[in-house]
Design a protein. Structure first.
Length: 194
């Protein structure tokens, strides 16, 4: 993985994590405020009850209702904080660098294809090895694409390996990887190759 791509991934992770941490902080502040309101309502209810000897003022029922609502809101906010923490944890786990026996930096970039039909097969094998060294999860998708004779549309790709595919077949971040597979050869080949 080249340093520019790694830097982009790190920047994307940092942005997502900062946003998630900010949401968690905001939810914690809202929870604290709701707990303070609940405590104030309980104190007001206790004061109102203490000030009436034997009689229950009409607003005590309202105060009790507010206490219950505030307690429920506090519980909901606590659940939201827990959910945000789980999302943040999942983001961190999914963006950990994966260990691999292949060092893509050592693979080097494939040679420029110079429209020599005799060298196409060797060039294609090198390109495939280079791509799979960086994105091993594209193996099945690339094999599927190689078998097709018709043009592959974004709809076809999405149905087979994108968000519309079965969970078993889905390739994470497929749209980005597909874009890279489209633009990388354009940067490495001569215009006459097309």
């Amino acid at each position: 993985m080249d340093s520019q791509l790694a830097a982009q991934i790190q920047q994307m992770m940092a942005t997502r994590m900062a946003g998630a941490e900010q949401e968690i902080l905001q939810l914690r502040q809202e929870l604290s405020q709701a707990q303070q309101l609940a405590q104030q309502a309980q104190q007001a209810a206790a004061a109102a009850t203490a000030s009436t000897a034997g009689g229950v003022p009409a607003n005590v029922a309202e105060i009790i209702y507010e206490i219950r609502i505030n307690n429920q809101n506090s519980a909901n906010m606590a659940a939201q904080i827990e959910a945000q923490q789980q999302v943040l944890k999942k983001i961190v786990e999914t963006h950990k660098p994966t260990k691999t026996l292949i060092d893509p930096r050592g693979l080097g970039k494939p040679q420029v294809f110079k429209n020599d039909e005799d060298k196409f097969q060797a060039w294609a094998i090198k390109i495939k090895g280079y791509v799979l060294g960086i994105y091993p999860d594209l193996r099945d998708a690339m094999a599927w694409a190689a078998e097709l004779t018709d043009r592959i549309t974004e709809i076809d790709l999405d149905a087979a390996y994108g968000d519309s595919a079965d969970d078993v077949d889905k390739v994470e971040d497929l749209e980005n990887k597909d874009g890279q597979l489209y633009t990388a050869p354009l940067q490495r080949d001569t215009p006459s190759s097309y």
